[in-house]
Ligand binder design. Sequence first.
Ligand code: 5GP
Length: 117
Amino acid sequence: MAQETIFSKIIRKEIPSDMVYQDDWVTAFRDIHPLAPVHILIVPNKPIPTVNDAAAEDEQILGRLFTVAAKIARQEGIAKDGYRLIVNCGEHGGQEVQHLHLHLLGGRPLGAMLAQK
Ligand code: 5GP
């Protein structure tokens, strides 16, 4: 089993979060440092560290991240205007927490996908 991060404690409600959704497979809560009016993290309850660790047996769980993202986007009122989903992976991807997660960002125009260099 992968080493746990703070996200496992949030999923088990051992530490507080602004949780917006939870089922048997995934949990969603507001990012503690929001980068947009809506910034929600959607996390598999199973502590898969990175996309590199995703296995065929995880495909249903990983698919659930997207259907829950769409459900939350509707709940938050941002589905029509649109939003961005981001998964960071590893050092070059800028991943800070080693528990795979989907960022759901929206509520304003988000601009270019990446900063121009
Ligand atoms: P990453 O860079 O790994 O893709 O994103 C990790 C995200 O988790 C960051 O946006 C960061 O603000 C958020 N985060 C880190 N620790 C906590 C926490 O304890 N609670 C919440 N709600 N978000 C956190």
